[in-house]
Write a protein that binds this ligand. Structure first.
Ligand code: GLN
Length: 200
């Protein structure tokens, strides 16, 4: 049984809840989903999902509710996180916006709404390291990852720009994997070790 926490202070929560349940099922596991709106739940979670939404609101509520340090402790303990879109903005080192208090879980700098000013939302197939076929990436007022730290692996690019990265146990995407039926990114984030073990 995997205890999966979905940050639920704001944003697309139910989609991630369904995706982690389906990803777990694909690995003969069962996921119990905990919606996180207050402190005290994250320490009981094995994996965390940080959904898209509005990064200014999400970061303010995470600080206000005392959830932010718990998420940082989760990552410091080496436990996995999937942070998507606004979730990635909040998880980044710097979002270059004073209204977003970033958690510094992923050593990248992001530019909020960088794609969005030209193109509000679009879907594009992107090649992701570790996946055999392109992933149908849905971008909605997506952040641009513009600086990538040394320890960060770029997992996918679109138009020459990083759109999916891994920094230790944290995977961050500019796009919304939870808005498609494709749960391969959830599987890649949370079950890579299991996959590797199964292959051994
Ligand atoms: N542009 C939004 C923000 O800055 C993120 C959009 C999204 O999560 N789809 O928070």
């Amino acid at each position: 049984m995997i205890h999966a926490g979905v940050i639920a202070v704001q944003g697309d929560v139910s989609e991630h809840a369904r995706a982690i349940e389906r990803a777990a099922a694909a690995h003969d596991e069962e996921a119990t989903v905990h919606e996180i709106r207050q402190a005290g739940v994250v320490p009981d979670c094995d994996v965390l999902l940080m959904p898209g939404g509005e990064s200014t609101t999400i970061s303010r509520l995470l600080q206000q509710e005392g959830i932010a340090p718990e998420v940082q402790a989760h990552v410091a303990a080496g436990k996995p996180v999937l942070a998507t879109c606004a979730g990635l903005i909040v998880a980044s080192h710097d979002a270059k916006d004073d209204r977003v208090e970033t958690l510094d879980l992923v050593d990248v700098t992001v530019d909020r709404n960088a794609f969005g000013r030209q193109v509000d939302s679009f879907e594009a197939p992107v090649d992701v390291t570790g996946l055999d076929d392109p992933f149908p990436a849905v971008f909605i007022r997506a952040p641009l990852i513009d600086e990538v730290g040394e320890g960060v692996e770029v997992l996918a690019e679109w138009d020459g720009r990083p759109v999916a990265v891994r920094d230790g146990p944290v995977v961050g995407t500019s796009f919304h994997p939870e808005l498609t039926d494709d749960v391969r990114l959830h599987r890649l984030t949370f079950f890579t070790d299991l996959v590797a073990e199964a292959a051994d």
